[in-house]
Design a protein. Structure first.
Length: 107
């Protein structure tokens, strides 16, 4: 019974820390680039696109599909970086807790 109470206490503490981490993600930004830095996308910690920067030399008639591909590539890179940051913060938060293998956090 004592182990269950300790585990429940750890779960409550982890839940509070997860909430704090999620609130802190609002301040995190991740940036992705493509085309050798000609397109840059910035995402918030919640995954919302905050900014897109496009080198003026890319804005040419008939090359819209290239520009679209570069924006997608930059967005995907920024999203991967954001996911890496979230995963690292989650690992730090749950260090030492008996979490079953394969269980993804946050829930």
């Amino acid at each position: 019974m004592k182990d269950i109470m300790g585990l429940m206490k750890q779960a409550r503490e982890m839940q509070a820390k997860m909430q704090e981490m999620q609130e802190g993600l609002a301040e995190v930004e991740a940036e992705g680039t493509s085309g050798g830095g000609m397109v840059t996308v910035t995402l918030s910690g919640k995954g919302a696109m905050k900014a897109v920067s496009i080198d003026p030399s890319l804005v040419k008639e008939g090359e819209g599909d290239i520009l679209e591909d570069l924006i997608l590539a930059a967005h995907n890179q920024a999203k991967e970086r954001l996911e890496d940051v979230i995963a690292e913060k989650t690992r730090e938060l749950t260090a030492g807790l008996p979490i079953p293998p394969g269980m993804k956090l946050p829930f």
